[in-house]
Design a protein around this ligand. Sequence first.
Ligand code: ATP
Length: 263
Amino acid sequence: MSDVLELVDVSVVRDGHALVDEVSWSVAEGERWVVLGPNGAGKTTLLNIASSYLFPTTGTVQILGEKLGGVDVFELRPRIGMAGIAMAEKMPRRQTVLETVMTAAYGMTAHWREDYDRSDEERARALLDRLGMAEYTDRRFGTLSEGERKRTLIARALMTDPELLLLDEPAAGLDLGGREDLVRRLGRLARDPMAPSMIMVTHHVEEIAPGFTHVLMIRQGKVVAAGPVDTELTSRNLSHCFGLPLVVERNGDRWTAHGLPLQ
Ligand SMILES: Nc1ncnc2c1ncn2[C@@H]1O[C@H](COP(=O)(O)OP(=O)(O)OP(=O)(O)O)[C@@H](O)[C@H]1O
């Protein structure tokens, strides 16, 4: 299996402070990774490196077989799909859901003068359908609920048929029903052998969809644990990662975690 992402001794230093501290991590083709860690741990910073938008202070990064620094990032970026809050903020609110997804095919956020192919429209509609958004294609992006917006952005991230899909807290802000709906859809995507390699950042083990294979836990920019979910997602590692005693339990193909009561 070839590496989709390879970080070797990567640090990102700002104002003398390491946001990411000597991280080595590799993601092989077909793997689905969850990145877990408390607020400020460096998760988004890692995703920004994986998406080629952030160049590390030290260390080497290979994305989809290309070395960061030696590759034209504008050729690399269409091969990476990204959905998260940062992307949501860039989307024009008055644009329709269909346009929001289709503009990804041209590496743009807003519809301008490009003529869309019929095949682009068909693909955008099929992806929206897969994410449960078929009824919303003509709605303006700005009028969508949080859950609808998140599902639209995942469809958008898949529009270029990326080899790597990066999801930054896709379930943040969703109610219980919205979260469960999204987890089911992500589970279907994670188990699809044709789907891209995936990396999903989250704060909650409840948001890990069945089909996710690996976990990276980080705390204060450093790797606490990395490897298969089955062996690494333990109470010990999670407690270390979040800095308090936690118990993680597996229930079928889902996970829950809770803190121990105060003495
Ligand atoms: N440009 C910057 N300059 C200085 N500090 C920064 C910069 N960008 C991020 N940070 C800090 O780096 C740390 C890691 O940020 P990051 O957004 O990667 O964390 P995170 O794990 O994604 O957090 P959260 O779960 O809260 O989203 C935070 O303490 C943040 O304040």
